[in-house]
Design a protein around this ligand. Structure first.
Ligand SMILES: C[S@@+](CC[C@H](N)C(=O)[O-])C[C@H]1O[C@@H](n2cnc3c(N)ncnc32)[C@H](O)[C@@H]1O
Length: 302
């Protein structure tokens, strides 16, 4: 079991944590957000926390704005641009710990492309036939989809929320990736994959990041413990002859990463390759403590 952690990057930092809250910097704005697992004490002085531009008030379920912070502001991760927004439910449209997975996806894709290029004489990448086909389920604001598109893949992005799909398309434009082959699909994850099974469509890589509870555009119920094994069994049926990776992230569920690994093994152990599993964590700037933000399991042919 691994703990993958990141201190963030030049446009994101976890400044401090304590007393049920996170103090973070997204670009040039500092935010305070609730996080129930944080039952330890902060390290920075209160006067530092009071410099926040906005704080999400858990009781009032809304953001308390303290400075002239805009509705949305652009952040960059390498050559990808995306908007942070003070959205309802304390979210900002960015899960910063996902940089760990964006790097992994890019490395696994590059590894596969280089391996195939070595095997073939002609100009491998020109031939669209050789482009990896990636499916990003529960894709949210689409940063992982943009990472895959930059890596040369043909991407299918599925999410149940129309405003979130529009936000993802805004991020595509902000990244000047309008010409990249990305299909933005508003649909329920299980419904969409079931249809792909019937159509015989195949994918070389699959990313999923389901919530604990959710629902599709027509109210289709998503309950992690019930729906996840079913979704994975369907995803196995749409994996291509030579699949490259399958990545699962999960948040706010009481189970451990061992559960994800066990379910994943049920469906990919016949493919050889490697399974890694564990926790994702952010490293705070103040005292270098780790803040666990979710669990993952991932399979690759590598
Ligand atoms: C935790 S977010 C995903 C975070 C994202 N992968 C990221 O790293 O930015 C969960 C997403 O699942 C979507 N969702 C919830 N239920 C769904 C369903 N039944 N089918 C498809 N998407 C769903 C929500 O709209 C939300 O965008």
């Amino acid at each position: 079991m691994k703990i993958l952690s990141t201190p963030g990057w030049d446009e994101y930092e976890l400044l401090d944590t304590g007393d049920g809250k996170r103090f973070e910097r997204f670009g040039k704005y500092r935010l305070v957000r609730p996080d129930p697992q944080i039952i330890w004490r902060p390290r920075l002085d209160r006067s530092e926390w009071q410099k926040a531009d906005a704080e999400f008030d858990l009781e009032k379920k809304k953001w308390i704005i303290k400075t002239k912070i805009p509705d949305k502001w652009l952040i960059h991760y390498k050559n990808i641009g995306f908007y942070a927004k003070l959205s309802p439910f304390k979210h900002t449209g960015i899960f910063p710990e996902q940089t760990l997975q964006w790097e992994w996806i890019s490395s696994v894709m590059m590894f596969d492309i280089l391996a195939k290029q070595a095997q073939s004489k002609n100009n491998f990448l020109q031939d669209s036939q050789n482009k990896l086909r990636i499916l990003n389920l529960f894709g949210y604001t689409g940063i992982a989809s943009l990472v895959c598109a930059v890596g040369g893949a043909v991407v299918t992005h599925v999410d149940a929320s129309r405003p979130t799909i529009s936000w993802a398309r805004e991020n595509q434009t902000a990244s000047n990736l309008q010409n990249k082959p990305i299909r933005w699909i508003l649909d329920d994850a299980i419904k969409f994959v079931s249809r792909e099974v019937k159509r015989g469509v195949k994918y070389d890589g699959i990313i999923m990041d389901p919530p604990i509870y959710g629902h599709g555009p027509e109210g289709e119920k998503w309950d992690f413990n019930e729906s996840f094994p079913k979704l994975l069994s369907l995803c196995r049926l749409i994996m291509s002859q030579k699949p490259v990776f399958l990545l699962i992230n999960a948040y706010a569920i009481s189970s451990s990463a061992v559960m994800l690994k066990n379910v994943l093994e049920d469906y990919v152990s016949d493919l050889g390759g490697e399974i890694e599993f564990g926790e994702l964590a952010l490293e705070e700037k103040s005292a270098k403590r780790l803040l666990s933000t979710g669990i993952f399991a991932r399979w690759s042919q590598k």
